[in-house]
Design a protein around this ligand. Structure first.
Ligand code: TYD
Length: 204
């Protein structure tokens, strides 16, 4: 008998370090014998990856940005996430809809109700089983980002933008404490991984 799959998302401001932890979560779950699919947003399908290129590199207004995020998300759910979960796989996504609330609502100032409308349309009530929110102050994230590669459209934003993004993420975590777990991403990696493993154990 296959156990039902679960949907886990990783979130945080650019530079919080979630990519490192994504690999840990995937390995940990595989070690428990689960089939794991690792994916990302925007992206995850051929259409989604094409939209990602535009979203990360082409200037556009905030509403176009939000609508393209959800167009990519629709394809991602229909073509990859829902079929994988239906066959019992665990799906890990590097970002999902919480990022739209954090970046397009918190960061860009789009009204939350617009995002709620799109979320209801595209997701029909579907939400992640667990969201790991890697939280760091904007200055720490900035220092980590500048050590990395060439910045995309989002990464070029100012600290004030990332402060708003961070606050929007934290507000969502306060509103949904059962699903969104806030992790202090300034801790050393081993401590963080122990905390992540405990959260995953509860989901098995
Ligand atoms: P990111 O996940 O940080 O990828 P990388 O680690 O390769 O830089 O990049 C995706 C960017 O997309 C990130 O800056 C946040 C943004 N984004 C939104 O603004 N809204 C969304 O709904 C999603 C999924 C992502």
């Amino acid at each position: 008998m296959t156990t039902p799959g679960k949907f886990i998302t990783l979130e945080g401001v650019d530079g919080a370090g979630k990519s490192t932890h994504l690999a840990f979560v995937a390995d940990w779950l595989r070690g428990q014998g689960r089939e794991v699919i690792v994916t990302r947003e925007p992206g995850g399908t051929p259409l989604g990856e094409t939209l990602r290129e535009l979203l990360l590199h082409r200037d556009m207004d905030a509403d176009s940005e939000l609508l393209l995020m959800f167009a990519a998300r629709q394809a991602h759910l229909a073509e990859l996430i829902w079929p994988a979960l239906a066959r019992g796989a665990w799906v890990l996504s590097d970002r999902f809809t919480d990022a739209s609330y954090a970046y397009q609502c918190g960061g860009r100032g789009i009204a939350a109700e617009r995002i709620v409308t799109l979320e209801n349309w595209v997701q029909r009530g579907f939400v992640p089983d667990l969201t790991l929110l890697f939280d760091v102050p904007a200055e720490v994230a900035e220092a980590r980002r500048s050590a990395a590669r060439v910045a995309d459209r989002f990464e070029r934003e100012a600290d004030t933008f990332f402060n708003r993004v961070r606050n929007a993420y934290l507000a969502r975590a306060c509103a949904e404490p059962g699903r969104i777990c806030v992790l202090d991403a300034r801790q050393d990696i081993a401590a963080l991984q122990r905390e992540i493993a405990q959260l995953l154990e509860r989901l098995l």
